[in-house]
Design a protein around this ligand. Structure first.
Ligand code: SAM
Length: 261
């Protein structure tokens, strides 16, 4: 895993600048997961349209073109210059997507000026998302929404594992890095308990209005056995019912400001 540059005062989230870490290639063979995430976003955004959408930690812009269907303006807010450079090429036919070097805990948007935030596959780098949630709350318009994706520790396989051991699921984030990578300079990599994240969101003034369980069929074996179209078909039907038990490895929360009815 790439290294971070750390200063005492602030830690810049520039881990994805490592030239040996090709995040674009990471998606090769993960077409099902990508499609599952688009299915979830479609479900959560159906019938909605926004003035300004911001994809926090959007990487090279994997989801920005998709988000354009739902917003007049899309900003890719990404703290890694390398990801923004890759985005320049990936989004070359979409120059209207604003690409900006931005870190989630310190965003340059005016209070209440953003109508939709998405933060997908970023929470696993945020063991304590307090500052990031506060920034989302501050910048979000009163009628706005945020979609926060959470790498889920409480997924079905872990539940069974804990049950068999007679152990409760941990409330705190679980460090999933290998021993070799557990030093303070390495990028954090955690899975969260979705109940804890719900409480953290509520504490920040963000109320969960919908939850989806995503990538429910993520399995190398299944991917070999079933065509993607079949997997995505099942996925469409499963995301809502399985959210009740936080079944899948990825949980999508649709949130809005608490005072909004
Ligand atoms: C696994 S990638 C996900 C990229 C994109 N959201 C996607 O789903 O394709 C994680 C991204 O989070 C970004 N990131 C890490 N820490 C961050 C932070 N504190 N604020 C904003 N983005 C961050 C990284 O630079 C990287 O682009």
């Amino acid at each position: 895993m790439p290294k971070t540059t750390t200063t005492k005062a602030t830690r810049r989230a520039d881990q994805y600048n490592d030239p040996t870490h090709n995040y674009l290639r990471y998606w090769d063979g993960r077409e099902y997961e990508h499609a599952a995430e688009e299915v979830a976003l479609k479900k959560l955004l159906r019938g909605k349209h926004f003035k300004h959408a911001v994809d926090i930690g959007g990487g090279y812009g994997r989801l920005c073109i998709f988000l354009e269907q739902y917003a007049d303006k899309v900003t890719l807010a990404e703290p890694s210059q390398q990801q923004l450079d890759i985005a320049a090429d990936f989004l070359k036919d979409h120059p209207e997507v604003d690409r900006r070097l931005i870190q989630a805990a310190d965003m340059p948007f005016k209070d209440g000026s953003v109508n939709l935030f998405t933060m997908i596959r970023v929470m696993h780098h945020l063991p304590d998302p307090t500052a990031e949630f506060a920034e989302i709350y501050r910048s979000l318009s009163d009628d706005g929404y945020a979609i926060i994706e959470v790498a889920n520790y409480a997924h079905a396989r872990n539940r069974v594992k804990h049950l068999l051991r007679g152990e409760r699921l941990p409330a705190k984030p679980v460090d999933i890095r290998s021993e070799a990578h557990k030093n303070e300079d390495e990028i954090p990599f955690v899975n969260h308990n979705p109940k804890t994240v719900t409480r953290q969101l509520e504490h920040a003034g963000l109320h969960v209005v919908h939850t989806l369980s995503v990538s429910n069929l993520r399995s190398t074996q299944l991917k070999k056995l079933l065509p993607k179209s079949v997997m995505v078909g099942f996925e469409k039907g499963l995301q809502r019912p399985l959210s009740a038990v936080y079944f899948g490895p990825s949980i999508f929360f649709l949130v809005r400001k608490q005072h909004v009815a």
